[in-house]
Design a protein around this ligand. Structure first.
Ligand code: PRT
Ligand code: MG
Length: 211
């Protein structure tokens, strides 16, 4: 079937910030993901559906074609090890920085640095580029706790206002990447459904440039 398009998206800040962009394409979801228990949202466009998945699962749904398109943070895409999706457009939403952070007033670390993060691949690449061997400790959340409890010397996490770091006595010491959300597209869908997808991407680019 090449006459409909499914877009994978996570609820929360990405969904909220994507709504005005989708409205610019005249796509308006008919359910609110914070209210409904449905994971497939219909829209005012009979040929466009949104599927609501975990942020880290968006590239998987798109790579396997369970969704034709998706909206995912660059942080998630940098960690994704799948076989590839197209990444045609930076939506410039849900912006933040991925930073290395350390306890305020901490001393230089002698010996092997221990870094806690959920971004293991990006962190490994970052230190490898600097020729530095570090021990990476994988966590799934609340990274800010790790230095406080002595689990790690430093952390790699996302920072927006910096309030979360500050509240835990941490300061950013290096920016690893500027993060924003991207449109991703399944490779087969880009070919098979190009008559639907190409104009959407073109219009989206125009909407992004206006905002
Ligand atoms: O929450 P859940 O486990 O379901 O998934 P998720 O955490 O991946 O989803 P969500 O909605 O929290 O984040 C989705 C995407 O939003 C991320 O993949 C990023 O691309 C983007 N984004 C933008 C952010 C932030 N800004 C952000 N500030 N994601 C998380 N944060 C967190 C950060 O990790 C830290 O805990 O907010 C806290 C810091 O905020 P400040 O303002 O205190 O600095
Ligand atoms: Mg979260």
């Amino acid at each position: 079937m090449s006459d409909n398009v499914t877009i994978a998206i996570s609820k929360g800040r990405i969904f909220t910030e994507a709504l005005p962009l989708l409205a610019g394409l005249n796509i308006r979801p008919e359910q609110d993901p914070d209210v409904t228990r449905k994971l497939i949202l219909t829209t005012n466009q009979p040929d466009v559906k949104l599927i609501v998945v975990r942020a880290t699962d968006v590239p998987t749904y798109v790579e396997y074609g369970a969704a034709d398109m998706g909206i995912a943070g660059k942080d998630v895409l940098m960690e994704y090890t799948g076989n590839g999706v197209y990444e045609p457009l930076d939506l410039q939403i849900a912006r933040c920085k991925m930073v290395l952070a350390a306890p305020k007033n901490s001393k230089e670390i002698n010996g092997r640095l221990r870094v806690a993060t959920k971004y293991v691949i990006t962190t490994r690449n970052y230190f490898a580029d600097q020729g530095r061997q570090v021990e990476i400790i994988k966590l799934y959340g609340s990274m800010e706790l790790a230095p406080v409890l002595g689990l790690a010397d430093q952390i790699v996490d996302l920072m927006d206002t910096g309030n979360t770091l500050r509240a835990n006595g941490l300061v950013p010491i290096a920016t690893i990447a500027e993060i924003s959300s991207r449109i991703i597209v399944n490779k087969a869908s880009m070919k098979m459904k190009h008559e639907l997808i190409k104009p959407m991407l073109k219009k989206l680019a125009a909407v992004v440039n206006k905002t």
